[in-house]
Design a protein around this ligand. Sequence first.
Ligand code: SF4
Length: 242
Amino acid sequence: MQKKSTPRRTLAQRPEEIRTERPRPDWPSDGLIFNRDCTECPRLAAFLAQGRAEYPRYYCLPVPPFGDPNARVVIVGLAPGFHGANATGRPFTGDHAGLLLYRTLHRFGFASRPESLAADDGLRLIDLRITNGVKCVPPENKPLPAEIRQCNHYLAAELAALPARSVLVALGSVGHNAALQALGIKATKYKFAHAAEHQLPDGRTLIDSYHCSRYNTQTRRLTDEMFEAIFARAAELIRRER
Ligand code: SF4
């Protein structure tokens, strides 16, 4: 029998305030930038189908980008977490990784509130959007290289639609590589390192950060101060562009 990739957790164990309703994505499912019906990765489509059967209240579809369509700061993450974005339909919402992220965004004026509770909670992002290199939750949080490549056309279309000279913040090396691939740049040209700042040929700046995952924050590989410094720098860069 095949081992289940994601440990089961009953809905009763979820925090009361997390709601798992089907959201109305703020970015239309246009098939170019985002397609809620995409099944281009068979392994991920099957995993989502399994998730829908086991957790009928979960969103369990490709997760749309969230935030300002004209943002000058764009966060590129890895992929939805099973009990987080995959459950709620909004990136970094419903699990540990979003706690530090939204608190930090609010601190630097990029979010209207310091926490994200549900896709319809009224939270607004200001001059910032959040997207993932892979839009569907992967088993064990590990997309295959072929899945990262397959999903990249959505990220490429999204970045092309955003303002030129925007600041990209990559969370982790997968986000870093996905952002470069989406811009047609070889990943080997710019090495991932926390707080590294890369000037890209099209005028954009790419800032790297360790991912704000539970593992990284609990081991203090990533502290609040380290993460805040990333967004302080992003805010400084867009201020200079005004
Ligand atoms: S990961 Fe991306 S390309 Fe693959 S099925 Fe999901 S939305 Fe489609």
